[in-house]
Design a protein around this ligand. Structure first.
Ligand SMILES: C[S@@+](CC[C@H](N)C(=O)[O-])C[C@H]1O[C@@H](n2cnc3c(N)ncnc32)[C@H](O)[C@@H]1O
Length: 234
């Protein structure tokens, strides 16, 4: 992988413009609802405390922001960042009425926040879409307070060979499902390719370590279909 060129960045923007209104439905169908368990697991590992501040980058339709607010009993603040206006509009609609949420249409590589501001930085199924991942990691580090935590949920590499074969076969059916539900297979071909091209959990772990983060670690979920990466700012 490693760095997408400009055309691919435009492609990502177009992908989410094409699928935003069916994004939640497709997530449930493609993962057979399992993405909800992964996200719950993610928030449980984050274990956020009351009266804290989260920036949820590539926030999409707001699943992580919602889980965070539930976990802290709405005693804290979250800034949802996404470069897609369409995705952010759904996010806003789902979380409307909450005075503790703010929305920012912005790129993960250049966040509109001051240094040392947030207790937590989360990014769920977003990092592999970013043009320059190192820039995004640097921004994560910059906006976190000393002692703040970075947590990333992303597709990874399946470790068991048999499970991998089954998973690959299943993945091939996703574009057809997209064609049936959304009327387009292209965005889902992009999705499958972007998962294929993304780092293994071990390589991404090394990539995070190259920034200044400490206590970098990861956990596999569902045999490595996805992994959660955790790191701290000193
Ligand atoms: C697969 S969705 C994930 C949404 C949500 N976090 C979730 O877990 O369901 C990826 C999101 O990343 C956003 N995105 C892609 N590249 C981005 C970037 N460079 N900066 C900010 N958001 C980006 C897309 O617009 C999209 O909403």
């Amino acid at each position: 992988m490693k760095t997408h060129h400009k055309n691919s960045e435009r492609l990502v923007t177009k992908v989410f413009q094409d699928v935003f209104d069916k994004y939640d439905l497709m997530n449930d169908l493609m993962s057979l609802g399992i993405h909800r368990l992964w996200k719950k697991n993610f928030i449980n590992w984050l274990n956020p405390q009351k009266n804290t501040t989260l920036v949820d980058v590539a926030s999409g339709t707001g699943d992580i922001a919602k889980l965070y607010l539930n976990k802290i009993n709405y005693k804290g603040h979250v800034c949802c960042v996404d470069e897609s206006k369409e995705m952010l509009n759904i996010n806003r609609e789902k979380l409307k009425g909450n005075i503790n949420v703010k929305w920012f249409c912005s790129n993960a590589e250049k966040l509109p926040f001051k240094n040392n501001y947030f207790d937590y930085y989360t990014i769920s199924f977003g990092i592999r879409n970013i043009n320059n991942i190192n820039n995004a990691l640097k921004e994560a580090y910059r906006v976190l307070k000393p002692g703040g935590r970075f947590l990333c949920l992303e597709f990874a590499k399946v470790e068991n060979e048999i499970l991998n074969k089954l998973y690959k076969t299943y993945s091939k059916s996703i574009p057809q499902l997209g064609k049936f539900i959304v009327g387009k297979s292209g965005p889902y071909e992009y999705l499958i390719n972007s998962i294929e091209k993304f780092y293994s959990q071990e390589k991404f772990f090394q990539q995070i370590k190259k920034q200044n983060f400490i206590n970098v670690s990861y956990r596999n979920l569902s045999g490595g279909i996805v992994a959660i990466h955790s790191a701290w700012k000193v």
